[in-house]
Design a protein around this ligand. Sequence first.
Ligand code: ADP
Ligand code: MG
Length: 415
Amino acid sequence: PKGVPGMKGSSTRLKLFYEEKKAIQLFLWLFYIFFISFELIYYYIYPYYGNGVITRPNQGLGFWIYIINFGLLPLAIYLIKKGNPYIIKYLYIYSFLLWDTIHNFLLYYGKDESFAAGDIVEVVFILFSPIFVNKKYFWTVSLGMVLKYVFFGVILLDLEVLVPLFIYIILSAIAFVILNRFESYIESVNKAHEELRRKEKLAVIGQMAAAIGHEIRNPLSSLKGFTQLQHENYPNTNDFYPIMIQEIDRINSIVNDLMTLGKPKIVQFSKVGIEEIIDYTLSLTKHLAERQGITTETIMERPSPPLDCDPKQLKQLFINLIKNAIESMPNGGKITITVKVEGNKMNISIQDEGGGISDEDFLNIGEPFFTTKKEGTGLGLMVSNQIIKDHFGEFYINGFEKGTLVKVMLPINQK
Ligand code: ADP
Ligand code: MG
């Protein structure tokens, strides 16, 4: 149960598709505006005033250049319509590299004429490469241009290529900086958005949970009371009462988890020794651990400094974490709890020897209701995270194949 991943994926894809479409449209406009203006000015207007430059049709590939470049346009429009705008940018850069190479080859190879560099569209390609926010495309353009000039330099043995080479390396560096800014900006916007989404989800779930929890609590407690009463009245009738009571307790603990999420918690800080909290937690989880052949070891310096915390909540936190550790080792193993004091921080880590957490699950843990267990609620880590946040602490989980390491860092003194 992970929400509706399919829908999430497709709406993201749709948004990215529109962004790519906008970017490629911008690129096409820029490309043709610069291309046409440059052609007009450099090959038609400029020569017209008698500067001795040969016009385009008589050079190299001549008119073929127009046929290629304007032939690409309907193809690009077709690809956009067909829903595949992603390859258009590559189509343009590769076709440019190809025709420009052939063109220059025809112009300069085996001739005395000195190499004259560059078309304005090269600058358009490089400077606007960041608009696609795509590293692979950026490197294709930059390396493509640079290698092209290196290639000409070697083939034509002409040092003139050094000028465009130098300029394009600098332009590429500028484009690279811009691209990186784009990427990191987008990443932080995404993170902020993700956090907002989580918070909204939490708020809704919280309200719902509190309401439902409240409604369930009262009938549940009378159910438990009557079951206990019945058990006392007829102690020898059957064996089901203890199971019934145990299951009612389970429902109760789920309801409690739900209620924890719902209310804005008022944390009641007091100074308590961490050993007391951990010992209490272990005494509660002892029977579970023993049943599965699990041993626990606690490594800490005693006495440790008293911790500013809400002991009730911290007990809940460690019960959640230790229960997870126990549940990860159905065939036995060892849980090591280590407490270390570093400055104003108390680091408590819980290491188990279970199956760890797969990469895929890792992305989802802590999401409400995400569980890999048949009987799980998927609320434990979320509640834990909330408790740690209320204590202004930090929470880390590392899941490897040989076990999971959960780390909780809490400030010893709250300000
Ligand atoms: P639940 O325990 O009800 O499944 P939690 O929020 O406590 O919910 O945990 C969510 C999921 O995170 C678990 O289902 C499990 O897949 C994973 N997980 C948490 N702790 C551990 C651990 N110590 N070892 C392996 N997996 C863990
Ligand atoms: Mg759990």
